[in-house]
Design a protein around this ligand. Sequence first.
Ligand code: HEC
Ligand code: HEC
Length: 270
Amino acid sequence: MGRLLSTRRRHPLAAVGVLVAVLFTTGGAYAALAPTTSQNVQAASSTQIEEGRQLFAIGCSSCHGLDGEGQVARDGEVLGPSLIGVGAAAVDFQVGTGRMPLAAPSAQAERKPVSYSQEQIDALSEFVASLAPGPERPPEEYLDPAAGNVARGGELFRTNCSQCHNTTGQGGALTMGQFAPNLTGVEPRHIYEAMLTGPQAMPVFNDKTVTPEDKRDIIAFLDSVQNEPNPGGLAIGRVGPVAEGLWAWLVGIGLLIGMATWIVTRSSKA
Ligand code: HEC
Ligand code: HEC
């Protein structure tokens, strides 16, 4: 044993070499990712805003007005609220989940097949953002579930979200014919934007109450509950851990019995 250790210790610089290599790779990965992040946040050109204005005039102005000021019908019914100050994040969420353009008045605008390409959604977002400042679309770095802390995200979800969306995000009924939707399969950017803009009956969770890191942890938690393999049987409250616990218990007890038998046979031989 001692000899093995001393041969390994002959190269004390090896550990330093590994550390340097790791730092270089992470640094390189960061450098490769960082420019896309900043591009994503700025990127509003005047041609893009102009394209957005035209799309808006055709698809949205009948309810929201040509300049997003909102429209009220002659009988006083609000056709569409003012979009002044709702920001690019609200447009990206509403149009990116197919809620807008609204097809028909209902208790709640629901998720539908998306009617625009992401490029067109970006143009619409930039047009609305050009009317007045508002919440921006989230930077990519806060959207990667792999970078978030699942356990912390679970705690944050139980404190802030589960009273409406249920403990694992399956959703649930609210009052007045409204409901909190199931969050399975919702894209990270739309989860982030929902928190940032608070659509309809959902409260706003701004970056002070729920920081960008917190939002990323919540995204990681929702990603983990979705990718949890279904244990089978009746889906009553997801009893996965029970089955895993039973398995661990059986293996553990099996090992203990094996060891006890081994000790007994050994001591009886001696
Ligand atoms: C048929 C009418 C109608 C059309 C067309 C329509 N909207 Fe809306 N929109 C509404 C109504 C009503 C609401 C508010 C209630 C709701 O959110 O369900 C709303 C809400 C919104 C919101 C949320 C505002 C907030 O305070 O967060 C955004 C953003 C939005 N619309 C963008 C658009 C865009 C962009 C288009 C075009 C692609 C569009 N809408 C087309 C009626 C419409
Ligand atoms: C008071 C109840 C309530 C709370 C608390 C709440 N939500 Fe919501 N949430 C809603 C409702 C209602 C909607 C549907 C809004 C709509 O359709 O425009 C919604 C929609 C969403 C959506 C959009 C889902 C889709 O199908 O596109 C996401 C994502 C979401 N919520 C995440 C969260 C997260 C994360 C939290 C906690 C930080 C949270 N919500 C807290 C009521 C709530």
